[in-house]
Design a protein around this ligand. Sequence first.
Ligand SMILES: Nc1ncnc2c1ncn2[C@@H]1O[C@H](COP(=O)(O)OP(=O)(O)OP(=O)(O)O)[C@@H](O)[C@H]1O
Ligand SMILES: O=P(O)(O)OC[C@H]1O[C@H](OP(=O)(O)OP(=O)(O)O)[C@H](O)[C@@H]1O
Length: 294
Amino acid sequence: MDLVNHLTDRLLFAVPKKGRLYEKCIGLLKGADIKFNRSKRLDIALCTNLPIALIFLPAADIPTFVGEGRCSLGVTGVDQVKESNVDVDLAMDLLFGRCKLQLQVPENGELKKPQDFIGKTIVSSFTSLTREYFEKLEGKKDITTKIKYVGGSVEASCALGVADAIVDLVESGETMRAAGLIDIDTILDTSAHLIISKNPSHPELVNVIKSRIEGVLAAQKHVLCTYNAPRSILPTVLKLTPGRRAATVSPLEVDDWVSVSSMIERSKSGIIMDQLKEAGASDILLFEISNCRV
Ligand SMILES: Nc1ncnc2c1ncn2[C@@H]1O[C@H](COP(=O)(O)OP(=O)(O)OP(=O)(O)O)[C@@H](O)[C@H]1O
Ligand SMILES: O=P(O)(O)OC[C@H]1O[C@H](OP(=O)(O)OP(=O)(O)O)[C@H](O)[C@@H]1O
């Protein structure tokens, strides 16, 4: 296949081909200006503006490809990395795909504590992490708890009589509640991460991509706030908008007034605008930051 011949001098970057992480990951690549054309049904896409090939894989397989050094970079959940037990660098929390891996049991059942499930049957897509958990609970390697694998719709297992309890991911808790289950322990907190092989093929390019993604995340977290203020209140308003390094202060063509411009945290923008107004600032504007390098 001609496409494969084009892979030799490119950095291979594994991204989820579907599922919960797919859309967010594509958005991140777009924000980082990693451009590519993906043909229908093809799981390899050559980037058009960087020597990178994107390899679209199931999130669960990405740790193996990166762990074995087949791909230098990947995006997947910490849960998948821990489940695969591979040696990769968990380089950056991408702040999406946040959820918990939890032990869930029938809410109307008599067994309520994790210890009650020793020797019972547990169904999960995360059999290694479940085994490790029960090894700790039982205090030995040769556990009596039976651990069975299913690939999806794990939550149906108790109602179908296949499991006494399940270990599955929980975000909003809707799936768990709809299946009549409650969580009784958290095994792992997880989110999507940029993972890097221990021996990446193009280390300088890896650093460029890391820095671009850091820029996208910083841009998502911040907005640019500009406002006008009498010079006399500068000490007060600069405390509210100190900026990442320092705020930019420029003179206005009006006596003793200045214009201030500063990055502020998006989540605090409402309260900061209220406080600026109260302190005597005016013409307070917020701008989206589409990208940045910090
Ligand atoms: N409800 C959720 N909320 C947030 N992140 C999740 C959720 N479910 C899964 N994830 C994250 O997304 C990763 C991939 O899960 P997903 O269920 O999308 O897998 P998939 O098998 O590739 O896709 P699909 O379930 O569509 O076949 C998980 O390993 C986890 O890190
Ligand atoms: O707490 P919630 O917000 O309801 O999310 C949790 C559900 O999301 C995931 O499954 P997904 O819907 O991706 O499908 P799957 O069961 O086929 O893996 C996970 O396995 C849970 O079933």
